[in-house]
Design a protein around this ligand. Structure first.
Ligand code: ZN
Length: 470
């Protein structure tokens, strides 16, 4: 063979080697189906699930839906009805209570985030205490892991009777995660493929963006929440706007085909696992065989749907297994009004902006007048904002109108407001002792010189002990 043909053959061999098809790449691994949820419940504390226990039993045991639960705290700030253990130790025990209680309902994928239980009534305090951004990172990750069709959470609204700031904080995170988990630019490290899946020290997580389809809320601030409310009759006049025709309602006196007992009795069994909390109510019901206290309806409040259905229709109406495209929400827009303004402050002002930004405008109709309830001893702090959206400074006067017996501090009436700014006004009130729980309406009227600026009314629920009715 001469040299030239030899090179030609070598060239062919090399070319053939380069152009030959490579070995077939393996199929991509699917997302781990063990963690797939039809419904993801996002709550604040171990035992928050009891209010919706009958519904969870129905879908998990008899409709064979996959349910997963995220607790934003382990309840380390709660009391202990059966032992001396408190704080972090109690939190560890409450995790086990929740795992056992949910296991009884056939729910095994249960997570606890590191937020601390923060007793109070201002959602923004809980979000701060939980490190809002870090907590949202965790919740978005769990939405992407569980890929839920439906997210169920507490009602993001300061409702008297359901004012626990942690409950509301869990719902704020759930709403934010509903709208963010499908967006690959939010926590992008979660949706970037790992460098080497089977190797060590992968710092990107290999999840996929996920858009949940329907969002529902739950609340315990309604009158037939039997075992817990002592003042439900007094509360009820303003509860109808929350529960009547706002979402699907499920009976709990019906019999579970799989367990051959009512969903109310199943809820009593479920409740009885939470012995450090109100578990004894379940224990006593099981001893007596009387479950009337657990026959409260499971009320859900419709939040929004990206797959149709009606407000009061079944939670899973319109849901099919196919993933849906990311749905962009409205988002925040700057202030819409000019001139001088007087409005209620946080957390109510936050919610008014939050609902609009997350396409939940309908929540503004549930409680048309802001509600509040004093702490024990009758003390109540409220916040207002006096805003000047003009080019000139202004002096805004604020005068309260209160029922007899109420006192207020401080005694300032005139607030200097610079152009383009808002003056935060905090009002400390003391309610007179009340023989009976009842509602009162208070109002504050703002003027600038002789011009009216605005009036804000607040409904205050005064419990018979001066504080929360629970
Ligand atoms: Zn709770």
């Amino acid at each position: 063979m001469s040299f030239r043909p030899f090179l030609f053959v070598l060239y062919l061999l090399l070319f053939a080697r380069i152009a030959a098809p490579q070995a077939q790449a393996p199929a991509l691994l699917p997302a781990d189906d063990r963690y797939k949820a039809d419904l993801l419940l996002i709550v604040a504390h171990p035992d928050d699930d009891v209010v919706i226990g009958g519904y969870l039993a129905r879908i998990a045991l008899d409709e064979h839906k996959r349910v997963a639960v995220v607790h934003c705290t382990n309840g380390d700030g709660g009391g202990n009805a059966v032992g001396n253990e408190a704080g972090a130790s109690l939190g560890q025990m409450r995790e086990i209570e929740a795992r056992r209680a949910l296991d009884y309902l056939g729910i095994h994928n249960v997570w606890f985030l590191p937020g601390h239980d923060t007793p109070g009534q201002n959602v923004l305090r809980s979000l701060d205490n939980w490190n809002h951004g870090r907590a949202l990172d965790d919740v978005v990750r769990l939405v992407r892991i569980t890929r839920p069709d439906v997210i169920l959470t507490w009602l993001p609204d300061p409702v008297v009777g359901e004012n626990h700031d942690d409950h509301q904080a869990s719902s704020v995170l759930a709403v934010e995660a509903f709208d963010a988990a499908g967006d690959p630019t939010v926590f992008p490290e979660q949706v970037s493929p790992p460098r080497d899946r089977t190797g060590m020290a992968n710092l990107t997580e290999g999840l996929l963006p996920w858009q949940p389809k329907k969002l529902y809320f739950m609340t315990d601030a309604f009158e037939d929440w039997g075992p817990y409310w002592h003042d439900s009759e007094a509360l009820s006049p303003y509860r109808k706007t929350i529960v009547d025709h706002t979402g699907p309602v499920y009976e709990t006196s019906t019999i579970s085909p799989s367990r051959h007992m009512s969903y109310a009795e199943i809820t009593a069994e479920h409740q009885a696992f939470y012995l450090t909390q109100e578990g004894d109510i379940g224990v006593q019901a099981l001893k007596s065989g009387m479950f009337a206290d657990f026959e409260y309806h499971a009320h859900l409040i419709f939040g929004k749907s990206l797959v149709g259905g009606t407000v009061t229709g079944d939670v899973f109406d319109g849901v099919s297994p196919q993933p849906i495209a990311f749905a962009r929400v409205h988002g925040y827009e700057g202030p819409q009004q000019n001139g001088l303004l007087f409005e209620i402050g946080d957390p109510w002002r936050f919610y008014a902006m939050f609902w609009k930004a997350h396409d939940l405008d309908r929540l503004a109709e549930l409680i048309p007048i802001p509600e509040a309830t004093p702490e024990a001893g009758g003390k109540l702090a409220l916040n207002f904002l006096a805003c000047d959206r003009t080019a000139q400074p202004a002096e805004i006067s604020v005068i309260p109108t209160m029922p007899a017996g109420w006192t207020t501090q401080p005694q300032f009436t005139n607030y200097p407001v610079r152009a383009g700014e808002c003056y935060p006004i905090q009002v400390l009130l003391t309610a007179p002792p009340a023989a009976k729980s009842h509602w009162e309406q208070l109002s504050w009227t703002a003027t600038a010189g002789s011009h009216p600026v605005g009036t804000v009314a607040v409904r205050v629920f005064v419990g018979k002990n001066g504080g929360l009715p629970q």
